[in-house]
Design a protein around this ligand. Structure first.
Ligand code: PGA
Length: 243
């Protein structure tokens, strides 16, 4: 089925721009590719869902861990599902750092999203100054998944220093981090997780990254905003077997 290729549009695209992307994407993507997901801003989720002509998935980039109520500015998993999303990114470093989301709060979000029927892309990754104690940092972040049934969860390793910087982690760095994540989750949850790599992925570097056995796919920001580039990434992922 191919490795899992996920677009994280972040805070980009109006509805009109999302529709233009989807038109081009529909025209260019061969129908055989099914293991991909577009995580759009909330305002575009329904337009993306409605416009897609092939069998991938749509996701959101955050949720609040309550079904409804007095939570101004927030969106529930139920609302995301209603708009056509089946995946949610949780714990992206931009939310951890800009919005101050804690490990404890993220654990609540993961649990509630799964209970509500969404699947989860859970992000972890170290800051540049933490690179020397990578394993410890990853282990601490992965604690949020303790005791959770991971059948609807994939983990994304995104070194913060590689996000949007053009500075992709080396193949050795990626292997080391993915193995550390796999080992930690095997010990903690008793299952082998699918681990995506994220951080300045584009079609020119995705081939060698997705060729790694420890890499289950990619989470792509900047390069996913361009339909032609995103199709290329899905085609690269399609050359490999998914786990
Ligand atoms: P980038 O973002 O591909 O622009 O580096 C990746 C991400 O933050 O998910």
């Amino acid at each position: 089925m191919g490795k899992f290729v996920v677009a994280n549009w972040k805070m980009n695209k109006t509805i009109k721009e999302a529709r233009a992307f989807i038109d081009e994407f529909n025209a260019k993507l061969p129908k055989k590719y099914k293991n991909w997901c577009i995580c759009a801003p909330f305002t575009c989720v329904f337009a993306v869902f409605e416009g897609l002509k092939s069998a991938g998935a749509v996701g959101v980039q955050n949720i609040y861990p309550q079904e409804k109520g007095a939570f101004t500015g927030e969106i529930s998993p139920q609302m995301a599902l209603d708009a056509g999303a089946t995946w949610a990114i949780i714990g992206h470093s931009e939310r951890r750092n800009l919005m101050g989301e804690t490990d404890e709060f993220l654990a609540k979000k993961v649990k509630f999203a799964l209970e509500s029927g969404l699947k989860v892309i859970f992000c972890v990754g170290e800051k540049l100054e933490e690179h020397g104690r990578l394993k410890t940092v990853l282990k601490a972040e992965l604690k949020a998944l303790k005791g959770i049934d991971l059948s609807g969860v994939v983990i994304a390793y995104e070194p913060i220093w590689a996000i949007g910087t053009g500075r992709v982690a080396s193949i050795e760095d990626i292997k080391r981090a993915h193995l550390a994540i796999i080992e930690t989750i095997e010990k903690q949850n008793g299952v082998t997780p699918v681990v995506l790599y994220g951080g300045s992925v584009k079609s020119s570097n995705a081939g060698e990254i997705m060729a790694l056995d420890e890499v289950g796919g990619v989470l792509v920001g900047g390069a996913s905003l361009n339909a032609d580039e995103f199709v290329k990434l899905i085609e690269i992922g399609g050359k490999y077997e998914s786990k």
